[in-house]
Design a protein around this ligand. Structure first.
Ligand code: G4P
Length: 528
């Protein structure tokens, strides 16, 4: 059946890394292979540079780029590949966590010299918790860096993964000669004046062949054999099922900038990476090949043109087909909606599309109906799970700086929160509003956008909170009642009305938990 063939073709994934490890460069090289772009340099980095904190035009420019690169789709060897962009900047980590709910697998990029960095640790942890299949790409082999075995140890220890290399570098930095492809059993030589081109691929039936000496020289050949022997002895054999279950992570080595080791990665990726995976809804598990459409909103992007206040809601299709001009149920509003111009994304363009399949992302024009996490279906009452909010790191009161514009301010705050820019908490005691963010940069973005998109002005005032914890209410529990009475000053409601405790320090949080052991504290908004 065509429908099932279309599903089997889809590979929807995200690339995660610490900033500067080479995510943008790798994305670009993948697009080059897919013929989606013709030259290097076509994909702009959506990195928020440090200077951007005081340069709002820069923020706006970056937002423009990030909508263009939110989804990059291309075809490669009959597979349709959807790359979902994940901002590397830590102030936008929440955005990345949400995008990870829409991927079926990920590629983790690590800089050979820097090894495992902070942002990678956090993001991999989220993937590990969700058992998302991961492939590790160790980048910048053309530079001096850490020893391959040391790096794999570091990956196992810091990221809690079980790895097995599917390619192995021959030399590193100045001595970098090429890659032995364990998966395909051949060697890619790296040469040319400035090592810009892949010279040749030589297939080897056995690594013992004397040909190896001729090609890479005696020392390198001896070393490679030793290394491969060690690989065989130390690492488990690659097993697709273990990878798909999130229990084994294959490792590739290469240099994205030099387009080296990337084809190996891509060829293996389309071979082993999963087609659209089933997704858990509150009601049941939904599989891609079900005929009825269902999907969920994982990202909302506001229009940058203030004259057109519409937004683009990104929907990941989980099951069935999404068709243009067909009414679908917006479950939270219990209302049918029809979309006359759903967007599909190709490389850097978007185009109106008549039909989309599981794994695909459609961009829907929205005038304020959607918020992150909303489910759309053909009619069934389904609620997709798995887009929790985490505790923000920064908390500030937001004040209205122009009393004539209170309505605009509230509307602006509401819509920006629906987009997931930050979290809003309303204090139980006096109704004052607190904005919680992951990074300080968001406050400037919010202030700027409130003014330019909603005509409202705001000021901030520090609120001394350390963490937000979600509390499970239990009015029958005397401990809970006591907790509520004593901690009244620190209690707030999040946007969906859930009770939140804003602890002012790690110490007071710990003390409170000890004092009220039967009160349940959670560190994300989604708990059973
Ligand atoms: P990111 O999206 O993960 O933040 O990283 P990005 O691809 O922008 O790469 C960060 C820097 O690392 C870039 O240099 C890029 O050219 C370089 N790079 C990526 N892959 C390789 C590689 O395989 N080898 C080497 N030697 N460098 C690599 P930049 O100077 O920051 O930017 P640009 O001026 O080159 O654009």
């Amino acid at each position: 059946m065509d429908f099932e063939k279309e599903i089997a073709k889809r590979r929807t994934f995200g690339i995660i890394s610490h900033p500067d490890a080479g995510k943008t460069t790798l994305t670009e090289k993948l697009l080059l292979f897919g013929g989606a772009i013709q030259e290097a340099g076509a994909v702009k980095s959506n990195k928020i540079k440090k200077s951007a904190t005081s340069d709002f035009m820069e923020i706006e420019r970056q937002r423009g780029i990030s909508v263009a690169t939110s989804v990059l789709a291309f075809y490669y060897k009959d597979k349709k590949i959807n790359i979902l962009d994940t901002p590397g900047h830590k102030d936008f980590a929440e955005d990345t966590f949400r995008t990870l709910t829409a991927v079926d697998s990920v590629i983790v990029v690590i800089d050979v010299a820097k090894g495992v960095e902070e942002q990678t640790e956090k993001l991999v942890e989220v993937c590990r918790m969700r058992s998302i299949p991961m492939i590790v790409f160790i980048n910048k082999l053309d530079r001096e860096g850490k020893d391959a075995f040391d790096l794999m140890d570091e990956v196992e220890q810091k990221l809690g993964l079980t790895v097995t290399p599917l390619s192995f570098p021959i030399g590193i930095g100045y001595d970098f000669k090429g890659i032995y492809n364990i998966y395909e059993k051949n060697i890619n030589l790296f040469s040319g004046n400035n090592k810009q081109h892949v010279e040749e691929t030589v297939a080897f039936d056995t690594i013992d062949s004397p040909e190896l000496e001729r090609i890479i020289g005696e020392t390198a050949a001896g070393e490679l054999r030793d290394h491969l022997e060690l690989v065989n002895g130390v690492y488990p054999e690659f097993d697709t099922t273990a990878y798909l279950e999130g229990n084994l992570q294959p490792v590739f080595f290469g240099s994205a900038l030099n387009n080296f080791g990337v084809r190996e990665l891509l060829d293996c990726f389309i071979d082993i990476a999963p087609p659209p995976r089933p997704k858990m809804a509150e009601e049941r598990l939904v599989v891609a090949k079900e005929q009825d459409f269902s999907g969920f909103v994982f990202k909302i992007h506001a229009n940058m043109d203030p004259k057109h206040r519409d937004r683009l809601a990104f929907v990941k299709i989980v099951s069935g087909t999404f068709e243009r001009n067909t009414p679908y149920l917006h479950v939270r509003h219990d209302k049918k909606l029809k979309f006359s111009s759903p967007n599909a994304f190709f490389a850097e363009k978007k185009a109106i599309v008549d039909i989309s399949y599981p794994g695909d992302i459609v961009g829907l024009h929205d005038t304020g109906n959607f918020k992150i996490g909303d489910t759309l279906t053909s009619g069934e009452q389904l609620h997709y799970k798995g887009i929790p909010s985490f505790s923000p790191e920064h908390f500030r009161y937001i004040n209205n700086a122009d009393p004539m514009k209170a309505k605009q301010l509230n509307k602006g705050i509401d819509q920006l929160m629906d987009e997931g820019v930050a979290q809003l908490f309303t204090l139980e005691l006096n109704g004052r509003k607190i904005i919680g963010t992951v990074g300080a940069l968001q406050y400037e973005v919010i202030q700027y956008r409130l003014e330019h998109e909603y005509g409202a002005k705001c000021t901030y005032e520090n609120f001394p909170a350390h963490k937000a914890c979600w509390i499970e209410p239990d009015e029958t529990n005397p401990d809970f009642q006591e907790f509520k009475r004593v901690k009244q000053k620190f209690l707030a409601r999040d946007k969906s009305g859930q009770l939140v405790f804003l602890a002012d320090s790690a110490f007071s949080l710990q003390m409170t938990q000890q004092k009220y052991p039967s009160v349940k504290f959670y560190f994300t908004s989604e708990f059973e």
